[in-house]
Write a protein that binds this ligand. Structure first.
Ligand code: C2E
Ligand code: MG
Ligand code: MG
Length: 583
């Protein structure tokens, strides 16, 4: 920051070295005042401007407004600077610059306000008639930088697209809303809303249309009288409502909110229909920590999204417990493979006609040191979410192939493979490697998949499945009837076997509808030349009925529960012994 003191010293020393005399000539000072980038004013004790730089004239006067020289500072400078100038004269301490301070200049035309930083120094001028005090005022234009700063501050607290608050600002607002006993007593409701099918608008119409939806959504929330709206993620908003509503009031508020959000959106000639889900909680349930309130409302939102037909949900402690359980499990899972806590059990698959063992399905088990045996329904989803299914699935495939290949009787093996494995690793190579290292022939292996696998990336999956079939490996469609099952597309899927889910088998023989569905699947499978396996057969009646319907293979507790590799080998040799004794 240049100031006039340094400037003057520099001029003096330059002049002295050139001429050997003490005072710089007037035209040299004028050149410097002309060329300087700062506003420089030299002011005498009466408040008159003795010298002014070109920039000072430009900043303080209208274009063509002449010069400041000769004017009184009270006419051209803001009150704040004038006061500083007076103070500096009154203290009379030369060569002590005032601290840099900001001031607003009403420059040139009205409304053209500039923010400047300025500094004032006292000097003694000796122009022949004895030393007299003058002050030098240096100021420079900071308007752009300051406005940029304001812009930055806005961006830090707001979403630039919709004008909604940012997450961090929301947290501050919640803190402020709950500051003090009385406000805490009043409490607040935290709501998190998520737009569904928003991505479809983005994908189908483009991001500019998506932006329009978001802006309109925020305006609709504001129009509903909600002051605090924050944007948390692409199409996720948080809102707060102060006070303590009754359960019924909270629910009707959610309903009205959703009604507003789902009204058709008009987007420059297009109409978009968007869905919305809301999760909410209250300080009474979740306490006063903004982060916890948000987390709980978000959990409630996930619950609302997961329950079909319900588009809003209130946070319950149960949701938190379940999440914690899942998080704990994810941590434990990490060590489970290294520590050898996984085992594989094998469940027999029987030919319904002859009662012979035709294969086994490998089912993973986790022997948790504290929880005991954990069922796959609990840990598979957690392993899928954390990506640990890759390691686990690879281990199951390899170990099961090795176990089954080592048994003294040749039988088929079915291994479950998760869609995540298909997404993240080359399942075909893994299968090939497992077959090679175990020596199990490819035609004795089935890979079980679920319909979910075709939901994303269907082309890529179909190709991988086809390559597995080319190796000689069979593909079985697991849990048929529970997913998006459509009989109409069955013929197009590259699968060899269909496993009818146990929920249909369970209601046999009494349930006519389940019977009709199974019969339809049987008929179609026969036409399509696919083998049907019935899962979950628990009694002889079910086994008989399925056989009558034409089902060839059955699996279930009626024939055998999943057991270890060693037990399986023993069970089989016992069966062989029994049969040879009977024969
Ligand atoms: P799934 O592939 O449909 O496996 C059949 C499930 O039905 C097994 O449950 C089995 O124990 C059970 N089950 C068999 N017979 C009966 C019966 O008569 N009655 C009843 N009520 N249940 C019966 P499990 O072992 O708990 O496995 C659950 C699911 O976990 C499996 O369903 C499969 O989708 C998944 N899973 C198991 N192991 C693995 C694995 O290694 N990798 C992958 N990706 N998923 C696995
Ligand atoms: Mg299975
Ligand atoms: Mg199944």
């Amino acid at each position: 920051m240049p100031n006039i003191r340094q400037l003057r010293t520099a001029i003096r020393s330059a002049w002295r070295s050139m001429t050997g005399t003490g005072a710089a000539p007037r035209d040299l000072i004028e050149t410097i005042l002309e060329d300087n980038f700062d506003g420089l004013l030299v002011i005498d004790e009466s408040g008159q401007v003795l010298a002014a730089s070109r920039v000072a004239d430009e900043l303080l006067l209208r274009p063509g407004g002449g010069t400041l020289v000769g004017r009184r500072v009270g006419q051209v400078l803001p009150e704040k600077i004038v006061q500083t100038v007076e103070q500096v004269f009154s203290t009379g301490r030369p060569a002590e610059p005032t601290p840099t301070a900001p001031a607003t200049l009403h420059a040139g035309s009205p409304g053209n306000e500039l923010i400047v930083l300025y500094v004032v120094t006292l000097s003694r001028l000796d122009d022949g008639s004895g030393p007299r005090p003058v002050v030098c005022l240096t100021f420079w234009n900071e308007t752009e930088k300051r406005r940029g700063g304001e812009e930055l501050a806005y961006l830090a607290t707001h979403d630039p697209l919709t004008g909604a608050y940012s997450r961090s600002e929301l947290i501050k607002i919640v803190h402020a809303t709950l500051a003090g006993d009385r406000r805490r007593e009043a409490g607040l409701t935290m709501l998190v809303a998520d737009l569904s099918r928003f991505k479809t608008v983005n994908d189908a119409l483009g991001h500019s249309y998506g932006d329009m939806v978001l802006k309109q959504a925020v305006s609709r929330l504001r129009a509903a009288g909600i002051e605090t709206v924050a944007r948390l993620g692409s199409d996720v908003f948080a809102l707060i409502q102060p006070g303590r509503p009754s359960e019924a009031e909270a629910q009707s508020f959610c309903r009205s909110l959703i009604e507003r959000l789902v009204l058709p959106y008009t987007l420059a000639g297009h109409r978009a229909i968007i869905g919305a889900c809301v999760g909410f909680t209250h300080t009474d349930r979740s306490g006063y920590e903004p982060e916890v309130l948000l987390r709980h409302a978000d959990m409630a939102l996930s619950a609302a999204k997961a329950s079909p037909g319900n588009n809003f949900a209130r946070f319950t402690q149960h949701m938190d417990d379940r999440l914690k359980e899942k998080q704990d499990m994810e941590v434990d899972l990490r060590q489970a493979i290294e520590r050898g806590q996984f085992t594989i059990t094998y469940q027999p698959q029987m030919a319904l006609e002859s009662g012979e063992l035709v294969g086994v399905e490998a089912l993973a088990r986790w022997e948790h040191p504290v929880l005991g045996i954990v069922a796959p329904d609990k840990f598979i989803p957690a392993a899928e979410e954390t990506g640990q299914i890759i390691e686990l699935g690879g281990w199951v495939l390899e170990t099961a192939c090795r176990d089954v290949a080592s048994w003294p009787f040749p039988t088929r093996l079915a291994v479950n493979v998760s869609p995540i494995q298909f997404e993240l690793v080359d399942v075909v190579s893994e299968v090939r490697a497992a077959l090679r290292s175990s020596g199990l022939p490819a035609h004795r292996l089935d890979i079980e998949i679920t319909e979910g696998i075709f939901m994303s990336n269907a082309g890529f999956v179909t190709e991988a499945l086809q390559r597995l079939r080319d190796l000689g490996v069979g593909i079985a469609l697991d849990d048929f009837g529970t997913g998006y099952s459509s009989l109409s597309y069955l013929g197009r899927l590259p699968v060899d076997k269909i496993k009818i889910d146990r929920s249909f088998v369970r209601s046999l023989p009494g349930d006519a509808e389940a019977g009709a569905i199974i019969r339809a699947v049987m008929t179609l499978s026969e036409t399509l030349n696919k083998v049907v396996i019935a899962e979950g057969i628990e009694n002889a009646d079910q086994a008989w009925m399925l056989r009558m319907m034409g089902c060839r293979i059955g699996q279930g507790y009626h024939f055998g529960r999943p057991r270890s590799s060693a037990e399986m080998a023993r069970w089989f040799s016992d069966a062989v012994t029994r049969r040879s004794l009977a024969g």
